[in-house]
Design a protein around this ligand. Structure first.
Ligand code: GRF
Length: 210
């Protein structure tokens, strides 16, 4: 099933509805990825991601950011991660910027997904930004997380067309479908130790052999 590879222990951070979390859960459950999601962390008490974790018997924590600096918050998170022997982190709609405390503890071990073809349209409302700019093609990006927002080396991008009739909602839905394909693919590559990072470029070891 996983060619005798060691199963990586994954934490997913999510703040909202958690459809990318769900896609990762389903992909890992199929046994095609040498990884197991063992922890879900959220900064929002009402995050639907918590329910998805519970439905799948995954340990989940809500950690309130109230009264904490970013570094204090991330130091607490890091303790949870270490207590749970987490190898890899996937950010899935996590609405906080990570501090160097976490990023330096997990160099090239943190993935993020963003709903545009980076470096175009970083930050919030990427789909709205794409529509307003008038691009004809957009998509999603899975990248490794570095100390700048929506910036680290790119692992996978998938494109979608923008139609004249699109609204922010229809475009977001089209991109989301591609996110749910791209994110499991990227996690698989990371979990298989197949990403070779040279500067900004990410090469895939043995591309085309699986
Ligand atoms: C996705 O569009 C993702 O690209 C962005 O936040 C959204 C999260 O959606 N970072 P969901 O919570 O995974 O449904």
């Amino acid at each position: 099933m996983n060619n005798g590879q060691i199963m990586k222990r994954v934490a997913v951070f999510a703040s909202g509805r958690g459809t990318n979390l769900q896609a990762l859960i389903e992909a890992t459950k199929k046994g095609e990825i040498p990884a197991k999601i063992v922890l879900v962390i959220t900064d929002r008490e009402d995050a639907q991601a918590l329910r998805r974790a519970a439905q799948n018997f995954i340990k989940a924590f809500y950690l309130s950011p109230e009264g904490l600096t970013r570094e204090e918050y991330d130091t607490l998170l890091l303790r949870f991660l270490q207590d749970n022997q987490i190898d890899l982190i996937a950010l899935a709609g996590f609405m906080r910027i990570l501090s160097p405390v976490l990023i330096r503890a997990y160099p090239n071990k943190i993935l993020n997904i963003h709903p545009s073809l980076l470096p175009a349209f970083p930050g919030l409302h990427a789909q709205r930004q794409a529509l307003e700019y008038g691009v004809k093609v957009t998509g999603c990006t899975v990248h490794l997380v570095d100390e700048e927002v929506d910036h680290g080396p790119i692992v996978i991008q998938r494109t979608v067309p923008v139609y004249d009739t699109d609204t922010e909602e229809t475009l977001s839905a089209r991109i989301l479908e591609q996110e749910h394909i791209a994110y499991p693919e990227a996690l698989k590559l990371l979990a298989e130790d197949r990403l070779i990072v040279q500067g900004r470029r990410v090469f895939i070891r043995d591309a085309g052999t699986t």
